[in-house]
Design a binder for this molecule. Structure first.
Ligand code: GLN
Length: 543
């Protein structure tokens, strides 16, 4: 039988519940327990797929093609495991199921209500993950902040779970901000106290409280949190600012959080095995080299839009003992500014991420052209791959006004076109080509060298692809497609063999990048950036 840990957040959003959930999972995993993690998103969307990354951050894609909240990415990276679409529960999904049942007549004669029908469906979904995963401990993070209207049915469901599963099989962790006043330097616990009170009003008494604070909370703050939270002082922890996010489980375990959770859940005692994790963290904190990479995108103002990409670049950096500094450049700036090369010339590598729609595409192509002509290491992902094809078609193959039909439906050379199976698709939710697909990698290419295999599996999220009618002309001018779908109908990787490192993929390697096993395409890129930089000025790169 599984045990359940629920993580709630208070005072404000972005308090780090995702990292907390991942860290609790890591503390239990290093003690030898099998864990899984669920993210509850109280919004009415069925999934994150139709949301603007500028508002909500990146859409994280699971192996099975779920378009989920980016917190699933943190769970996967921390726990080094693949989760499923079912690990992300939203109000939209819950209501859709309940309403479908009502229409079928499953509740015939009855009034369908939030309690019990909606709350039962929430519990069913949590139990489903518990059953399928066979985990010893199921972590459930409740998105949003205590006090939000839309979170109430979920909180009610997890409150009921204590009654059903028993005290020793359920644990509530509440994470809340403790601000420090600029003027007096005082740590203020009052907002946290209020959020605990709000939680109790709903019927949930937290077992553990984590104060999220800029620095380690002092004994006075700790005493107050324990007193007003009605928990022993040894159940209060502090998640203070650290240099690397991967330190969080270590600093919490050091304070005794892993032991406290284990005791409270009556788990058999196991010594945590931190060696591998510590090794990674130490490497992350002690780089020998540094790199500056330009990421040119249309969501450059919000780092969360590129979360998995940032992390994949960092994982690769750690593997190369290198600190990777990313500058986010708004693609449109390169369109307005005549001196695009002035903006781009001081970077060790150029990275073009995913994207949708026409905004900023010309700017991204300018950047790609610059990288290609100046031979700066280049990695393009998804839209970055498609735009690299367009740039090459225009500027090398001489196909004037070549474009994607996504950007210019009337282009004379649609080198990127809608996939045939997308043509009849009219609805937007979960209808892209999604999730993991097999890719055949051409022997003797850079891609083959990076992946060390002729068969790889990577995750996707797109509607457009390289138009087969233009494969020949692109190839004739030197563009090598080094990866393809097994049936040969779809191009997946491109490279320019005469460049130092010029590679792009239709798939998203970042979704499978893990701290100690970085994505091969990202690792290849970062290593190339470093090699090229060392070649140019070997003495200047040490940090
Ligand atoms: N807009 C492109 C497509 O749908 C690329 C998508 C992406 O970058 N994820 O094919």
């Amino acid at each position: 039988m599984a045990r359940f840990v629920f993580i709630t957040g208070g005072v404000l959003s972005s308090v780090g519940k995702g990292i907390m959930t991942s860290s609790v999972g890591k503390m239990l995993q290093t003690r030898g327990f099998k864990v899984t993690a669920i993210k509850i998103d109280p919004y009415v969307n069925v999934d994150a797929g139709t949301m603007n990354p500028y508002i909500h951050g990146e859409v994280y894609v699971t192996e099975d093609g779920g378009e989920t909240d980016l917190d699933l990415g943190w769970y996967e990276r921390f726990l080094d495991m693949d989760l499923e679409n079912d690990n992300n529960i939203t109000t939209g999904q819950v209501f859709q199921t309940v309403i479908d049942k009502e229409r079928r007549g499953d509740f015939l004669g009855r009034c369908v209500q939030i309690v019990p029908h909606v709350t039962d469906e929430i519990k069913r979904r949590i139990q489903l993950v518990a059953k399928k995963s066979k985990a010893d401990i199921v972590l459930t993070e409740c998105g949003g902040t205590i006090g939000d209207i839309e979170g109430l049915p979920f909180l009610e469901a997890i409150r009921q779970m204590r009654l059903e599963e028993g005290f020793e099989n359920t644990l509530y962790v509440h994470v809340a901000l403790v601000p420090i006043l600029d003027v007096t330097g005082e740590m203020k616990t009052k907002p946290l106290q209020h959020s605990v009170n709000e939680l109790r009003r709903i019927g949930i008494q937290p077992d553990i409280i984590v104060a999220r604070c800029r620095q380690m909370i002092d004994s006075e703050a700790l005493r107050k949190i324990a007193l007003f939270g009605t928990i022993p002082e040894k159940a209060v922890f502090c998640s203070y600012n650290v240099k690397s996010i991967y330190q969080v489980p270590l600093i919490l375990d050091e304070q005794g959080m892993g032991e406290q959770i284990s005791r409270r859940l009556a788990l058999p005692h196991h010594e945590p095995q931190w060696t591998a994790w510590e090794k990674f963290v130490n490497a992350a904190l002690n780089p020998r080299f540094s790199l500056k990479i330009a990421l040119v995108g249309k969501y450059a103002g919000l780092v969360d839009s590129y979360m998995s990409m940032n992390e994949a670049l960092r994982h690769s950096g750690v593997a190369c003992q290198t600190e990777v500094h990313i500058d986010y450049i708004e693609a449109e700036i390169l369109e307005q500014n005549q001196n695009a090369s002035g903006i781009l010339q001081n970077y060790d590598g150029l990275f073009i991420p995913y994207g949708f729609g026409p905004r900023g595409t010309e700017g991204k192509m300018r950047a790609i052209q610059f990288a290609r002509e100046k031979d700066i290491p280049f990695l393009g992902i998804c839209y970055g791959f498609q735009l690299a094809v367009i740039e090459f078609a225009r500027n090398v193959c001489g196909l004037e006004r070549a474009n994607s039909t996504e950007i210019d439906p009337d282009t004379p050379h649609p080198v990127i076109d809608l996939m045939p199976e997308q043509r009849g698709v009219t609805t937007k939710g979960a209808t892209m080509r999604l999730g993991v697909h097999k890719i055949i990698v051409e022997r003797g290419t850079l891609a083959h060298q990076l992946y060390g295999s002729e068969e790889i599996f990577e995750r996707h999220r797109h509607r457009w692809e390289v138009n087969p009618q233009h494969w020949a002309v692109l190839g004739k001018h030197g563009l090598v497609f080094s990866g393809r779908s097994p049936d040969g109908r779809r191009k997946e990787i491109l490279e320019l063999p005469d460049r130092f490192f010029f590679l792009a993929s239709q798939f998203h390697g970042e979704f499978k990048s893990r701290p100690v096993t970085p994505s091969p395409e990202y690792l290849g890129f970062v290593r190339a950036c470093l090699d090229k930089k060392l070649e140019k000025s070997p003495s200047k790169t040490r940090v």
